[in-house]
Design a protein around this ligand. Sequence first.
Ligand SMILES: [Zn+2]
Length: 446
Amino acid sequence: MSVEPSADLQAPPGAWTEQAAALLDRVRNGRAATRQELGQGLRLGRKALPPLVSALLERGLLTDGATGAATAARGRRELRFAPDAGALLVAQFGATGLSTAVADLEGRLAGRHHETHDIAAGPERALGRVEELFDRMLDERPAGAPAVWGIGVGLPGPVEFRSGRPIAPPIMPGWDGYPVRDRFAARYRAPAWVDNDANLMALGEVRGGVARGQHDVVYVKIGTGIGAGVVSDGRLHRGANGSAGDVGHVLVGGDSPVRCQCGRHNCLEALAGGAALARDGTAAARDGSSPFLAARLREREASGGSVEARDVADAAHAGDSAAIALLSRSGRLVGDMLATVVNFYNPTMIVIGGGVASAGDLVLAAVRRTVYERSLPLATRDLRILRSADSVDVGLTGAAHMAADELFAAHALARWLPLGSPVDQPELTEANVGEERRPAVRPRRT
Ligand SMILES: [Zn+2]
């Protein structure tokens, strides 16, 4: 939606947009709803608040709740953030699949699509396919649907958040340094942001998933590879270059060296991820230790395939002892790593997601047992370890929240609010990340 700025707002002073950003932040995050609460929270005088609220109502960014009796005092009527002011295009890549959706500014998804896709086919094919899906979604929307305000993309590898490029991603040949962000921003004439998939899943869990309302959370994705996202005091912790939480390549012990996709040996991912389960499940099928997997291998080979991680889960479900041992080992190795993280970082919740985690309770049980055994009592006193309800949706939701957070950060808002919307401003992304961040400490919700 594009709203003509009224004359008095053509050139708002810096303080004005900062106040607008603070106000929107409070309303978006549910920390204030009435004019009274906003006035108190923002320390704005009686005269300063009304023009600010009117301007944001006029821009279509707020709606006046107008609930309750018609006689309700104006100060008590609820203001709400208008999530349909703009739309977000979101995409999430895994090692073996891709998902797309269109989201509103509060991360609600519509038009979800999921298909299998090999990330190793390279960026041209992967991003070309996502563009096709995005274009189709946009074509199918009714006339008058909100304009695209931003794009959020998750990739299964290390991403330099500042530039929106994957950097030496181990399972993504051909993607190193590819300008993913710039490609989407140029095509859709809107700002775009790209992040590691586990980061976005962590954000999605905290805003709308099983970790909703938690402030200190670690999300671990056990899929083909292993990665983690860290939420600290309610905000995603990316670290200096965007690699925080990249736990898949920490060294774990082992009897014999196992080569990892990254080129090193005995990485956590190489011993406990889905690809490792498929490899060791195949070995168990061949050496006779797993009759179940031997039968499954024959079926798969008949159609040109081989044992997959989900076959190991099926075998364990059927009571196959070799498969149970493999999944337990996975959980134990992930639990060892997490015990270190728990002692170091003291989260209140760990969420385990990804294909391997969703295959059954064995992995989760082994993770729990190991973390509680190996962490200090104070660190685990309030710790809960849960399984994600849905890694696909939570990644897409996280991608939408990432884009919305960036769009409504004070420094971005200062640039687009005077123009009415971020449409046709793909360059917003560049100034938007890295240098000028939000305040270091965001107040906890009360
Ligand atoms: Zn590695």
